[in-house]
Design a protein around this ligand. Structure first.
Ligand code: TYM
Length: 345
């Protein structure tokens, strides 16, 4: 397949407990895009430390996200796979964006409010500025598309606002230096498919997350077949059979979630799943979902384990990827410094 020159960038935080939401909402879609786009996939360790991380676990979790990328089928020869802290341009551009983004914009970010909780005064400054760093990740590579789950939509809008304001504030200088009307692209999020918001298996009103205290709420990418089966069997549902149409799922968030998971794993649509299982009780649907989930996730799980047994091999992928990422990033940083007016040798 011919690749377009359009660039894709995305990232996953190495904060442990990688789960089915991360896989279906993001990583599985990264794999598909590698055939058609020029892709850069990052392990965002700078983002991870906005909340305290144990240093040894951070290293291990960085390798685990990398292993997940590789095990899912992202080819490090065709794409760039690296960890953020090895490319200094991310932090440099984030600082410039701290001076472009407005306090008022960041005050609107719901993810900060959720993560900071009641004790906002005690949250790190980094957690507040987190979306500026995310904008820097994307714009450092002047990416055109960013595949993410629905929870990142607001951060993507902020990224577009930052690019627009930078292009506007430095418009004359950008033209003078021959970069045309705008230096940064106005990046589009790709939030598509039946699983852009996978919900907790214990509570259909909460998204599946790494930090939920109940491990039964999520299927981890490292869960074995028994754990996957147990969690799906115990997943909360109502007592009605599956409806005849998609509209019949309205107000049945737990049922809708399992249908979405099935559809994403089977590479089909929720409509197709509903028409196959219309009128069937969960005692039929759940075992079918267990079988599908085990079939799709077990090989990934086995490959992750194999890769994690060779940490030096994983580190090598990141080192090589970082070198290639740095080449692109350094050019952007040089140009941005020139646009902003920093003297450089
Ligand atoms: P993170 O590490 O929380 O999640 C990684 C990816 O998984 C998606 N995701 C979900 N999708 C569906 N259902 C869920 N329950 C679910 N939970 C998580 C997320 O939307 C994300 O796509 N801020 C980002 C990391 C980041 C980034 C970036 C992403 C930093 N810089 C630049 C894209 C581009 C985050 O916290 O992801």
């Amino acid at each position: 397949m011919n690749k377009s020159n359009d660039r894709v960038f995305s990232g996953v935080q190495p904060t442990g407990n990688l789960h089915l939401g991360n896989y279906l909402g993001a990583i599985k879609r990264f794999v598909t895009l590698q055939d058609t786009h020029d892709c850069i996939y990052c392990v965002v360790d700078l983002h991870a430390i906005t909340q305290w991380q144990d240093p040894a676990e951070l290293k291990n979790n960085t390798r685990e996200v990398t292993a997940a990328y590789l095990a899912c089928g992202i080819d490090p020869a065709k794409n760039i796979i690296f960890n953020q802290s090895q490319v200094s341009g991310h932090a440099e551009l984030a600082w410039i964006f701290n001076c472009v983004a407005r306090m008022g914009w960041l005050n609107l970010m719901t993810q900060f409010k959720d993560k900071a909780g009641k004790n906002r005064e005690n949250a790190s400054v980094g957690l507040f500025c987190y979306p500026n760093l995310m904008a820097a990740d994307i714009l450092l590579y002047r990416a055109d598309f960013v595949p993410v789950g629905e929870d990142q939509k607001q951060h993507m809008e902020l990224t577009r606002d930052i690019a627009t304001k930078f292009n506007h504030d430095f418009g004359d200088r950008i033209k003078e230096l021959g970069h045309g009307d705008g230096y940064f692209p106005i990046t589009d999020p790709l939030i598509e498919g039946p699983a852009t918001r996978v919900m907790s298996l214990r509570d259909g009103s909460k998204k599946m997350s790494k930090s939920d205290p109940s491990d039964l709420s999520r299927i981890r990418m490292t869960d074995d077949a028994d754990a996957i089966a147990k969690k799906i069997r115990k997943a909360k549902t109502d007592s009605d059979p599956l409806p005849e149409t998609l509209e019949g799922l309205a107000g049945r968030s737990e049922a809708e979630n399992l249908v979405g998971i099935y559809a994403a794993l089977a590479d089909t649509t929720k409509e197709a799943v509903i028409s196959e299982y219309a009128g069937q009780p969960f005692s039929v649907f759940k075992p079918a979902l267990v079988e599908l989930a085990v079939e799709k996730l077990s090989p990934i799980n086995d490959e992750m384990r194999r890769l994690m047994a060779d940490p030096a091999g994983v580190d090598k992928v990141l080192a090589e990827g970082s070198e290639r990422a740095r080449e692109i990033a350094d050019k952007t940083i040089r140009e941005v410094k020139d646009i902003v007016g920093f003297l450089q040798a």
